[in-house]
Design a protein around this ligand. Structure first.
Ligand SMILES: C[C@H](CCC(=O)NCCS(=O)(=O)O)[C@H]1CC[C@H]2[C@@H]3[C@H](O)C[C@@H]4C[C@H](O)CC[C@]4(C)[C@H]3C[C@H](O)[C@]12C
Length: 324
């Protein structure tokens, strides 16, 4: 399972949890402007926007999971197993392989508006990067500080939805996730009043009772509701430290602890990493399951006019700060 969200204070932030039972070998990867993208079914792109994000690098190619470009447009791919259906190659269209989708959009679009125009020309195909990497069945959240959309390629074709919740998890399709939110419209951060019965002396006995009924399990629909509620009510100061800290708390509301989601005997899905990027500043923050310290990589500290990838393996080891 995975969860992605957007968040706005003075700056615009976005990020995701990556929940899985194993890691592909993830690295914060900066693709500079002159790294050539050799697309499988389209012309090579020699110059483009710089990108920073989490990727598995194979044969010097950044297989991005989530990323943001220097214009502040960000995108994340989340599992959509059983529902993602890629298209057949078609002459006269932009045939984008699923693993090229994030680089193709982020290298060329400065905004969601621009991306929507590119999506109208796109044919998303299932071409694999290499035999050992079968096509990942994903759907995507794409956002800048003005707009957020969800992109799903299903049996009926490519669907693009406005995403007013600013949240994405996994199955079922996005429209159903949004519909299910109707169930929770009575929830509130304020304490409830007794509408149950005037004849009964009902009282609140604990703080937080306004959100009684907000799900806490790890299913995709429950995480969608939990994080949508948390994000909608999150309050923080405008500073970078307060905003980033609050963002990690928002996604922390759907953190997966080892042992609670068994996917095979003795195999558990966990939150491998949580990311948060400041879209305007091009800074990528993350922490990992064992390392709660927030670590940052700033794209603007790299040579963005270069031709080679800059790669930073995740710092996985946590440290305890002793006070005595
Ligand atoms: C496993 C990751 C998604 C995690 C997730 O959504 N978990 C939910 C589990 S569940 O459905 O709810 O059960 C996805 C997100 C991005 C994916 C990677 C990216 O798409 C980049 C390449 C794409 C290649 O086709 C496969 C390898 C790969 C390197 C992908 C491996 C894997 O599928 C990743 C890492």
């Amino acid at each position: 399972m995975c969860t992605a969200a957007t968040y706005k204070t003075k700056d615009f932030y976005m990020g995701r949890t990556l929940d899985y039972e194993f890691s592909y070998g993830d690295e914060i990867t900066v693709t500079p402007r002159n790294y050539p993208f050799h697309f499988r079914h389209m012309e090579e792109l020699e110059n483009h926007y710089a990108i920073i994000g989490m990727a598995h690098v194979a044969d010097d190619y950044p297989l991005y999971y989530d990323a943001v470009n220097e214009k502040g447009l960000g995108m994340a791919g989340l599992n959509f197993v059983g529902n993602a259906v890629y298209q057949e190659i078609q002459e006269g269209r932009e045939n984008v392989a699923q693993f090229e989708f994030i680089p193709w959009i982020l290298s060329q679009c400065a905004s969601v508006e621009e991306a929507k125009k590119m999506l109208a020309e796109m044919n998303l195909v299932g071409t694999v990067f290499a035999p050992q990497f079968p096509a990942a069945q994903l759907h995507w959240i794409l956002a800048d500080k003005y707009a957020c959309i969800t992109i799903e390629c299903v049996r009926e074709g490519l669907k693009v939805y406005d995403n007013p919740a600013g949240v994405l998890t996994n199955n079922p399709p996005f429209e159903q996730q949004m519909f299910l939110l109707n169930q929770y419209m009575h929830l509130s951060p304020k304490q409830p009043e007794n509408h149950f019965s005037e004849q009964l002396p009902l009282q609140t006995y604990s703080r937080g009772m306004g959100a009684l009924g907000l799900p806490g399990d790890l299913s995709s629909t429950s995480r969608f509701a939990k994080v949508a509620f948390t994000r909608a009510h999150a309050v923080s100061g405008d500073s970078e430290a307060e905003s980033v800290s609050q963002f990690f708390h928002i996604l922390g509301s759907v953190d997966q602890q080892r042992g609670c989601c068994e996917v095979a005997e003795d195999k558990y899905e966990i939150t491998i990493y949580t990311s948060c990027w400041n879209a305007q500043k091009g800074i990528y923050y993350y922490n990992t399951y064992e390392n709660h310290q927030i670590t940052a990589v700033d794209m603007h500290r790299e040579n963005l006019d270069g031709t080679t990838l800059a790669r930073y393996p995740l710092i996985q080891k946590g440290e305890i700060r002793w006070q005595n």
